[in-house]
Design a binder for this molecule. Structure first.
Ligand code: ZN
Length: 287
């Protein structure tokens, strides 16, 4: 059974980032799982959006479950932490926040999930966490370590005794990359309409110029044009977080052109032939 596990921080990271890729593999018969570290507790929710939900966590849990159904994700696995805010935010100090959680504890939870689900492909954030959100950066770090710890019988040996989980080597590790075409487009377009690309998004905390400087080594491009409709439908599930998307409304033809390809960096196994872009996360694997 071909399985893919994506590990991110918040309800919506799975869709706004690699949603097209997850939908594409789910549609082709791969069992796709999402490990979501938090329930998005610190996300800003405009008044009126809570309608009926007890709190932000319940609302955003329902939103990610809606998106998962549309993308074809088999199951959302919550790692049980609380959302942290951007640097300096008080949410970072909350004792249950992902920021306060000891690395080894978070790594252990991801290792247990890897050993239970036994995926061939693991996807997580790049070292900058897309745009620098501290939760994203931490998830990058702990997921990378979990990738290397999962096959090692000396790491978290109690998981075998207590839960019957045996070591598992995931075959490939990928990092998501901010879409280059889209980035170039915004850097060109926003100043034309009098907006500042270094203060983008609803909280104006996304610095597109900084992201462009971080430029990543893209090794893999996945054609998701046929799955963009699902990605947009799944985005609509994250209604409370859609404000950042208001800025990025695009006509269909332009969206297909700018968002029709999702890019990744293959971190493991290392890419030797950099001249040739990979077009399939499962290339050469039996499935
Ligand atoms: Zn996020």
């Amino acid at each position: 059974m071909a399985r893919l596990l994506a590990v991110f921080a918040h309800p919506d990271d799975e869709t706004f980032g690699p949603g097209g890729t997850l939908a594409r593999y789910a549609a082709s018969g791969v069992e796709v799982h999402y490990a979501c570290a938090t329930r998005g507790e610190a996300g800003e929710v405009a008044e009126g959006f809570l309608n009926g939900y007890e709190d932000v966590a319940h609302l955003r849990t329902a939103e990610v479950e809606c998106a998962a159904r549309i993308l074809g994700i088999q199951e959302v696995h919550f790692l049980g932490y609380r959302d942290s805010g951007m640097p300096g935010s008080e949410d970072n100090l909350h004792p249950r926040s992902l920021q306060q959680a000891p690395d080894q504890e978070v790594i252990g939870r991801i290792v247990a999930l890897i050993r239970r689900l036994r995926p061939q492909v693991l996807i997580t954030f790049d070292p900058h966490g897309g745009y620098g959100h501290p939760d994203h950066v931490k998830i990058h770090r702990v997921t990378t370590e979990a990738f290397y710890a999962a096959p090692d019988p000396e790491r978290f040996p109690e998981q075998q005794k207590e839960q019957g989980l045996t070591p598992h080597q995931v075959q490939r590790l990928y990092y998501t990359a901010f879409p280059r075409r889209l980035l170039k487009f915004w850097l060109f377009y926003l100043p034309l309409v009098g907006k500042d690309p270094s203060r983008w998004g609803v909280n104006q905390d996304i610095d597109l110029r900084q992201i462009a400087e971080w430029s990543q080594n893209i090794t893999t491009q996945i054609d998701v044009r046929r799955h963009l409709k699902r990605k947009m439908e799944a985005s609509a599930c994250h209604l409370s977080q859609m404000a950042p998307m208001r800025d990025i409304w695009l006509p269909d033809w332009l969206r297909r052109r700018l968002m029709g390809v999702e890019s990744f960096t293959r971190a493991y196994p290392p890419v030797t032939n950099r001249a040739k872009l990979e077009r399939d996360l499962f290339a050469g694997m039996n499935r």
